[in-house]
Write a protein that binds this ligand. Structure first.
Ligand code: UGA
Length: 459
């Protein structure tokens, strides 16, 4: 099929490359010319495992191409996917649909036949109606009233870092349509997944498809916050959160995934989607049921803020100097990505840089973290940049540290040699925000704090 994808962020690019890999003719459109030029040469604009090879192969074999000129390509498309950003407007959680609507306007201006448009971006229920309204107002002005737009929803469930694998081997495919032709076209596109790999396809209306996406992300965020809600209690009563998660997870109704306790979820999806769902439910219904969503957010804040409070208490107990040297290992919101959006590590550095000297290290995400920290300059609590040093090597980062804090469980950190690290430090406190290391072994060298486990004091 001929597919046009608008937006070459991680969703659009991965979607485009994967549709091309299964035999479709794909054109990706982006208004950022330098991005388009880079992609035309087969060089990825994001860090995503396996993308480099997939992109080069499909560019070389001419199954995927890139352009900034939407008008040139929409007319020949069987389906037009919209994969542009849908960020939060601000504190309220309301979703900013301006990019989606501006793309809809561009389609209306340039297309000369009916448009079969699919929303890939995560966008709230009601977005399709707003797009139709925009489309019809533009074509009316242009005297093309006989044209129509059909809007479907086909949400993505890609995790950053494993996005290609998730696309090629999904748990399910969700197709939300309100017209027969869109359903035919989308089922034709996904036939290969359904027939060759037996992937279940959920056919539904547009509203339900959009809600499936929000509900799935909010539910997974809920699992994380649920387990994190038990961590301080575990510390206090001597229970081990990892064993609790294991025991719970063996119940097939619960499942073990997303029950890893730690400093909370981040990234471009969970925080934004929980906030958006909360906003939409409270706006549209009289019976406000958003308490559970507020609870998820509240516990997620407490999950990373616990680290700040722990460092403050170590200072007040004189276990470290009044202005300690603190090393933050890992800045990305999770391993295998350079994404630092809503990263707990960035929040922790922001607060701790006002009371500590910070050295930090992340093999991939350091540049992005520096930019993200600078964006926090005008916030109520802003970073003290004089106290932050970015290190290119792990050993430099831990040298002279009083406290080392692991925020992202990169493989590189999982195999650190405790005796090597402690010999470089001034102090011997290690806080493992992701329960990534072996508690018994670490406790031989460090005063080792982890999440939701009884504290073992160094021998
Ligand atoms: C998430 C969803 O998992 C995808 O299905 C969805 O498509 C995507 O959002 C999206 O809406 O685009 P992603 O944000 O890439 O994917 O990351 P996850 O792997 O889900 O992790 C999210 C956060 O939860 C990370 O900060 C991670 O460290 C944290 N997490 C995850 C935990 O703290 N504990 C866990 O047990 C699992």
């Amino acid at each position: 099929m001929k597919i046009v994808i608008i937006g070459t962020g991680y969703v659009g690019l991965v979607t485009g490359v994967c549709f091309a890999a299964v035999g479709n003719e794909v054109v990706c459109v982006d208004n950022n010319i330098s991005k388009v030029k880079q992609l035309q040469e087969g060089i990825p604009t994001i860090y995503e495992r396996g993308l480099d090879h997939f992109l080069k192969k499909n560019v070389f074999e001419k199954r995927i191409s890139f352009t900034e000129n939407l008008g040139e390509v929409v007319d020949s498309a069987d389906l037009i996917f919209i994969a542009v950003g849908t960020p939060s407007k601000g504190e309220s959680g309301e979703t900013d649909l301006s990019y989606v609507l501006s793309v809809t306007e561009d389609i209306a201006r340039t297309i000369n036949h009916d448009a079969y448009v699919v929303i890939k971006s995560t966008a709230p229920v009601g977005t399709a109606d707003k797009m139709k309204e925009k489309f019809h107002s533009v074509i009316k002005d242009l005297g093309k009233e006989d044209l129509n737009i059909f809007v479907s929803s086909n949400p993505e469930f890609l995790k950053e870092g494993t996005a290609i694998e998730d696309f090629m081997h999904p748990d399910r495919i969700v197709i939300g349509t309100d017209d027969a032709e869109s359903k035919n076209r989308l089922s034709e596109l996904y036939k290969i997944f359904e027939e060759d790999s037996g992937v279940p396809v959920v056919y539904t209306d547009v509203a339900s498809a959009q809600l499936i996406k929000y509900a799935s992300n909010a539910f997974n965020a809920c699992k994380i916050s649920f387990i994190n809600s038990l961590t301080r209690y575990c510390d206090t009563v001597g229970a081990d959160i990892s064993d609790v998660a294991k025991g719970m997870g063996l119940d097939k109704r619960i499942g073990r995934a997303f029950l890893n306790a730690g400093i909370g979820y981040g990234g471009s999806c969970f925080p934004k989607d929980v906030a958006s769902l909360k906003y939409e439910i409270s706006k549209k219904t009289k019976n406000d049921t958003t308490g559970i969503l507020s609870g998820i957010e509240d516990i997620n804040y407490k999950a990373w803020h616990w680290i700040v409070e722990l460092v403050e208490s170590l200072i007040s107990q004189n276990k470290v100097p009044a202005k300690p040297n603190v090393t933050i290992l890992g800045l990305a919101f999770k391993p295998d990505t350079d994404d630092v959006r809503y990263s707990p590590a960035v929040n922790i550095i922001t607060e701790l840089s006002n009371i500590c000297n910070i050295k930090t290290y992340d093999q991939i995400a350091m540049k992005n973290a520096e930019i993200a920290l600078h964006k926090k300059e005008d916030e109520e609590i802003s970073p003290n940049f004089d106290n932050i040093t970015y290190c290119n090597y792990l050993n430099d980062a831990v040298t002279d540290a009083d406290i080392v804090i692991l925020c992202t469980e990169w493989d590189e950190f999982k195999c650190i040699l405790a005796d090597d690290i402690v010999s470089l430090m001034r102090g011997d406190i290690f806080i493992d925000g992701r329960n990534a290391l072996d508690q018994k072994e670490m406790s031989m060298f460090f005063d080792y704090y982890c999440v939701g486990k009884p504290h073992i004091y160094k021998n």
